[in-house]
Design a protein around this ligand. Structure first.
Ligand code: NAD
Length: 242
């Protein structure tokens, strides 16, 4: 029996990461459309809308026949208006889930952030069992943490299969946040500072690899897990230095 062809919708498909996901799906010959509040590209079917509107999301899902959503949309980090993060990332993600369940979408891949477990201290050799910090780093990361919990709790709801990925810093072509910020620092001649003893490390991942991880997560989502999920009792090397 041949498997029905997946129809992907990349929410946030005009963004830096979303754009790379769209391109990789196109490159492997998949059926893909984009949903975003702004349109920046014109080579795939595009649905203009806001994820906080159930009508916008449901109509786009129905019209496109989407079977798999890859949800990358978020306001950028560092905004002063913290309410926007909760409105878009938490309420908007709930809206995406409600629409997906109502329309009968099978899969949802959500882009979370490594920042959901970061509280400013060192994080070394941890895995996904590391609990959220008691005090979130900021509203952006707090809203991403709440959104990923909503996504994970929705797994199985109405047959919807869900997964959340936590990239750290993302770099590569099309980035509009990291390099512009670094260049501004250089232009303003503010490069004479040092954080800590100059041995601090931070994880960066090339955008093409982050995009590929989303495709792989979507591909694997409806297969049985390869191993039993880790339990809290399993020992892990955990060094958290704050
Ligand atoms: P981006 O700003 O380039 O893309 C986000 C897209 O979401 C934009 O096109 C924006 O128009 C869209 N969007 C925002 N609000 C929307 C709404 N209400 N309805 C519909 N669309 C909306 O950001 P990015 O760097 O590509 O980040 C993508 C995802 O990865 C985000 O969820 C972000 O939290 C996460 N992330 C990014 C980084 C990084 O270093 N860039 C690191 C970790 C996690």
């Amino acid at each position: 029996m041949t498997k029905a062809r997946e129809a992907y919708m990349v929410i946030g498909g005009s963004g830096f990461l979303g754009r790379h996901i769209v391109q990789q799906l196109l490159d492997r010959g998949d059926n893909v459309c984009a949903f975003d509040i702004v349109q920046r590209h014109f080579d795939v079917p595009f649905y203009s809308g806001d994820i906080t509107s159930i009508d916008d999301v449901s109509n786009a899902l129905r019209k496109s026949g989407t079977t798999c959503i890859i949800h990358t949309a978020s306001p950028p980090a560092g905004l002063k208006d913290s309410s926007l993060y909760f409105k878009v990332n938490v309420d908007g993600t709930k809206t995406v889930i409600d629409a997906a369940v109502a329309v009968g979408v099978r899969k949802l891949v959500f882009t979370s952030s490594a920042g959901v477990v970061f509280n400013g201290g060192d994080i070394i050799n941890v895995d996904e069992r590391l609990p959220y910090p008691e005090v979130p780093l900021d509203a952006y990361n707090d809203s991403k943490a709440k959104a990923e919990q909503v996504v994970l709790e929705a797994n199985g709801k109405g047959g919807l299969l869900t997964v959340a990925l936590r990239p750290a810093g993302i770099f590569g072509p099309g980035d509009r946040q990291v390099m512009t910020g670094l260049y501004k620092v250089y232009e303003e001649n503010k490069t004479h500072f040092q954080i800590g003893d100059n041995t601090n490390l931070f994880d960066w991942t090339y955008v093409g690899n982050v995009a590929k991880a989303h495709l792989l997560a979507a591909d694997k989502l409806d297969l049985p897990p390869p191993a039993a999920p880790l339990s809290e009792k399993d020992e892990i090397p955990l060094i958290v230095d704050d």
